[in-house]
Design a protein around this ligand. Sequence first.
Ligand SMILES: *[C@@H]1O[C@H](CO)[C@@H](O)[C@H](O)[C@H]1NC(C)=O
Ligand SMILES: *[C@@H]1O[C@H](CO)[C@@H](O)[C@H](O)[C@H]1NC(C)=O
Length: 389
Amino acid sequence: MRGLVVLVTLACFASAQHQALIDYLERRLLAIEDRISLWHEQTNRYATELRELKQQMVAQLENLDKENEVLRNTLESVGARVDRVEREMDYLETQNGAQPCVDMDDKLMEQQVTQVKEDNKAKYAKLSDCRDMISSIKAMKILKKLGGPKGTWSKDVSRGSGRVYIFNGTDGDTIHEFATVHDFTGSLGFTRAKAVTLPSAWRGTGHVIYNSHAYYVKQGEEVELVKYDMRNGSVTDTAVFPVQDNLPVYSLTPETVVDLAVDEEGLWAIYATRENDRYISMAKMDAKSLDTEQMWDTTCPRENAEAAFVICGTLYVVYNTKQPGRSRVQCVFDVNGMVTSDDAPLVYFPKRYGAHSSLKYNPLEQLLYAWDDGYQILYKLVMKKKLEV
Ligand SMILES: *[C@@H]1O[C@H](CO)[C@@H](O)[C@H](O)[C@H]1NC(C)=O
Ligand SMILES: *[C@@H]1O[C@H](CO)[C@@H](O)[C@H](O)[C@H]1NC(C)=O
């Protein structure tokens, strides 16, 4: 009996334990189900959020695509413009004839006149600093009548110098130097002048006086530029200038084969070549060494031209007009390409003789020194900026 009780108790105990286990498992299962449903919910939420995000992304991508398209179109049109500018530059280069520059340089080398220059510095960045062009002539003054119908006169283009120089006629070996403009205007003939005899004869009307040096053209077998120090009377340098057949640069001033000019940028040579014989050519010169720095074939014809001058890298060519007693700037060539003949100012010069034999610009005074039938005339210029054209 006692054994049965123990058995029943044991069985009860076992069944109670069993029940507890089942209960426990059930609770666990419920908890797991809860968590599973929670995960489900969360997953669903994440899925929804993901979907929304995806939709947003798609929308933004579409937007980006559209922007891309706009950008691509813009880039294409910019590309086309770059192409056009490049083509225009190519065209301008062929117009400006970069090629003859090389040819000429070769010739110079052959003739062994160029000194080896150490500074092959960037060439014309400096030219762009200067932007003046002629607007009009403000005043004209006839200073004197001295010497023959043709000649050249100018002041020394250097700060602090008031000296006036006369090259009478189209050939000779003497320069007349006046200490001041006052001496020049007050002089009876050449009485107040100091006569400076050069070591060789000059020819034409191409001479300039620049920083106390006379730069003149000597014409023999070859055309030579001579740089002469006026202070101690010595030749500083000479250079053969590569022009052939002594072609006059202006048809109406046949004595002048090379015309020299000084502007804000320095020394220039204006000349004619066989290869481009209908038009005027110009070169930027190194005033120190007489080396040719760069050359251009301009679009200005030689025919009917009487003289020219350079201001801020722009060549102004003066032509005879049909109206008697008048000549006019009718062609302009800017080495920087900022001024064309269409922008050329209507600048008229009264004249007495057949042609001006020389027009020399002084960049320090913005005056033109003209020689017309033995009269020495000053023209006062009014300038404007090239960009205002
Ligand atoms: C100036 O040159 C002319 C020729 O053009 C000449 O007849 C005249 O005698 C010259 N005058 C002087 C002072 O040399
Ligand atoms: C003349 O003067 C310059 C500069 O003052 C000088 O370099 C040159 O050697 C001088 N020439 C003569 C021959 O005295």
